[in-house]
Ligand binder design. Structure first.
Ligand code: NAP
Length: 262
């Protein structure tokens, strides 16, 4: 199926690795020009080089910087001639015990996982609406639907974003102008982030990392971790011209892990 995205421009935040990179790869394969960001320039440039090889007909630009800062966001926005597709992403907050979290810990989580995507949505959606096409995908977490004790900073900040998105996605001046805003909720995907979370869990219980990962894997009905390429493929589908009627949704990608009906 032709996704109808050839020649579009996307800003893919936090995309040198993991899920953001998976989204960038899928979009590039569909002929989308991309601006990708990450803090570490070396991995970012390496990813950009691989994306260019994947589809030499698209333009791939890089912006090294922290997307959770005003300067990082300004640089990312300035690098993209026109933003048709916005993929909001940033590193997740660290796990821990809420008793130990300070106001600074909360502010950092809110900046990265709630206020940054809101700022970028604010900066882009009205121009998308004026052009009659726009797609925003926020990478959030399965923890929005099924909160995880030790990820309280993530649960809280992402729930705030989710509530905000549920309201604005339904504005007729956006939904009525072919601008859709959806959240993709990853379960356990095989990325650096997952390994770090699992390592923290292993350290807490005294089990090996391998045993911890085996146990987590076995708890997923699909009996495996997701891979960033399949996450990216769903992201590209949601960005496609065929998905114009799908907005304000929370789509969970977790191999069947979430047990609820709704
Ligand atoms: P990852 O493999 O660690 O990759 C994170 C990417 O984001 C890297 O490219 C990293 O590069 C970049 N990044 C992190 N913070 C950034 C910032 N402030 N500004 C710019 N770039 C930044 O992580 P992931 O697994 O893809 O996770 C992506 C998001 O999904 C996270 O918010 C995570 O909590 C969430 N999530 C993941 C899973 C999972 O199973 N993987 C499950 C639920 C939720 P630099 O470090 O160089 O900046």
């Amino acid at each position: 199926m032709d996704m109808g995205l050839n020649g579009r421009w996307a800003l893919v935040c936090a995309a040198s690795k993991g899920l953001g990179r998976g989204c960038a790869e899928a979009l590039v394969a569909e002929g989308v020009n991309v601006v990708i960001t990450a803090r570490g320039a070396e991995a970012l440039e390496a990813t950009a080089a691989e994306l260019r090889l994947l589809n030499p007909s698209v333009e791939v630009r890089t912006v090294a910087g922290d997307i959770a800062t005003p300067e990082g966001r300004a640089a990312a926005l300035a690098a993209c001639p026109q933003i048709d597709i916005l993929i909001n992403n940033a590193g997740g907050p660290p796990p821990g015990d809420f008793r130990n979290w300070t106001r600074d810990d909360w502010n950092a989580a809110l900046e990265a996982n709630m206020l940054t995507p809101i700022d970028l949505i604010k900066a882009t959606v009205d121009a998308m609406a004026a052009r009659g096409f726009g797609r925003v995908i926020n990478i959030t977490s399965g923890a929005v639907k099924a909160p995880i004790d030790v990820l309280g900073l993530s649960n809280g900040a992402r729930s705030g974003l989710t509530g905000f998105v549920a309201g604005i996605a339904r504005q007729p001046q956006l939904a009525g102008r072919n601008v859709t805003i959806n959240n993709l909720l990853p379960g356990a995907f095989a990325t650096d982030r997952l390994k770090k979370t699992m390592a923290a869990g292993a350290a807490k219980t005294g089990q090996t990392l391998e045993a911890t990962m085996d146990k987590r894997r076995a708890a997923i009905p699909a009996q495996r971790f997701g891979n960033p390429a399949e996450f990216g493929a769903i992201c590209a589908m949601l960005c496609s011209t065929h998905a114009s009627f799908l907005t304000g949704q929370n789509i969970i990608l977790d191999g069947g892990g979430y047990p609820g009906v709704f």
